[in-house]
Design a protein around this ligand. Structure first.
Ligand code: AP5
Length: 210
């Protein structure tokens, strides 16, 4: 099973990608997490990539396409994956198609998750993430067993790009890139619109049934 999750910041792509990956027995490939891990050092390249992320912009296509071509070729992705955060531009989608045809693979579904902007802000402002296992919580809707602590015993963090100003910038970038990408997958006949406004379990059920 190969699935793409599209949707704005905070809609629940990472949350649902982990659940779908377990359900289908495939890997979750989240470009946000991959990039955050990749820029943990202080080399000039890492600092450059980090600056795009911290300001709410997109990392250049050439960089992310190179990273993903490499990652998609790992043995654990041979039989399927859930893509969370990639592709984000039509150029990235074209590069993904090229990889798929080179490897005689195809995407089964592109789920387009949507909710109102005020819900996105509410979800993002309550998000807490584990820097170690990357598990994502919400202080109200999906709290950890112990406040401020991941269930793996690592202190939880708030992402630097979750400040309101940067979130607004990320939403603007999303609005600019989203429509052509949605059209790209609509034309391929694999796009499914999903109302992601319900509780986490309800959204998971919709995605499993689709
Ligand atoms: P990335 O980390 O991918 O950020 P994003 O796409 O902006 O998405 P988010 O992680 O903010 O949200 P999400 O939809 O995954 O929601 P989540 O499940 O966490 O990317 C970060 C940056 O990296 C980008 O800005 C860019 O710079 C760079 N980047 C990444 N990919 C790139 C690419 N392909 N090209 C170029 N640059 C790239 O949920 C949010 C919160 O809501 C959580 O607290 C969760 O618990 C809660 N929640 C989830 N679902 C529900 C629900 N149904 N009800 C109540 N609460 C819910």
């Amino acid at each position: 099973m190969r699935i793409i999750l599209l949707g704005p910041p905070g809609v629940g792509k990472g949350t649902q990608a982990s659940r779908l990956a377990s359900h289908h027995g495939v890997v979750r490939l989240g470009t946000g997490d991959m990039l955050r891990t990749a820029v943990a050092g202080g080399s000039p390249f890492e600092l450059e990539v980090k600056s795009y992320m911290d300001s709410g912009g997109l990392v250049p296509d050439t960089i992310i396409i190179g990273i993903m071509r490499d990652r998609l070729a790992w043995p654990d992705a041979k039989d399927g994956y859930i893509l969370d955060g990639f592709p984000r531009t039509v150029n990235q989608a074209i590069a993904l198609d090229r990889f798929l045809s080179e490897h005689q693979q195809k995407i089964d579904y592109a789920f387009n998750l949507a909710v109102d902007e005020e819900i996105l802000i509410d979800r993002i402002s309550g998000r807490r993430s584990c820097p170690s296992c990357h598990r994502v919580y919400h202080i109200t809707y999906d709290p950890p067993k112990q406040t401020g602590m991941c269930d793996c015993r690592t202190p939880l963090m708030q992402r630097k790009d979750d400040s309101l100003g940067v979130v607004r910038q990320r939403l603007q970038v999303y609005q600019r890139e989203a429509e052509p990408l949605v059209q790209f997958y609509k034309q391929q006949g694999i796009l499914m619109d999903i109302n992601a406004g319900g509780a986490i379990d309800e959204v998971t059920e919709k995605l499993k049934l689709s």
